[in-house]
Design a binder for this molecule. Sequence first.
Ligand code: FPP
Length: 248
Amino acid sequence: MTTFLEQLDKDRIPASVAIIMDGNGRWAKKQGKNRIFGHQNGVDSVDQVMEGAAAIGIKYLTLYAFSTENWNRPADEVNALMDLFVSAINSYLEKMLANNIRMVVIGDIDRLNEKTRANMQEAIDKTAGCTGMTLVLAISYSSRWEIIRAVKNIAAEVKDGKLQLDDINDDCFSNHLATKGIPDPDLLIRTSGELRISNFLMWQLSYSELYFTDVCWPEFKKENLYEAIYDFQNRERRFGKTSEQLTK
Ligand code: FPP
């Protein structure tokens, strides 16, 4: 059987891929287990997808791990997720270093507990010199949080005379977002059959290709990632132009 990996055009691998990892809770429920069990099983998917993405030359992999809205979940689930982030990141560290993967975090991390924040900072520091793929973990992140913060910072710079109104353009705005320096996703994947953006990278996804799969996150592995990229490679990205203009 030909695999999706074998069918990929290695010269057209998307540079930046973002994933809304969804369906942990529903997957666990189907097994008669609690939601935390689903999250625990999602840890291996992150491990596999990270490794699989780096192996084919994806430069930026952004994973939506915890939204600002997720703070409203029951306290025991939030606490379990925070502990899971700590243990998962520790378990990835060796692989990140071996695969030259740099880890960064975007989000309102001041809301995280001290232990989780310190653990993330340690992984960020230890992988800072890695020059292969960048793994971007969106934790305590939402697009509206990020956009409001950017608007406030831009307004403050204008007020202080550091920025002129005419300087505010696409690049300026992008540079005030948490994703500064990270290319906009070429491809967004969402698992578990939900067809929503859920407050994720709303500015950055303007021209991204969207890929939805019914597979729940704990079952999404390397070959599922490659299937999504294969699908992406068979699309035509026009960025507002016509098909004819692209072939010229
Ligand atoms: C969404 O499923 C998933 C989450 C809110 C947590 C994702 C966390 C992990 C995969 C753990 C490891 C991650 C990292 C980055 C270290 P859901 O709970 O919303 O599922 P449901 O929609 O079926 O309820």
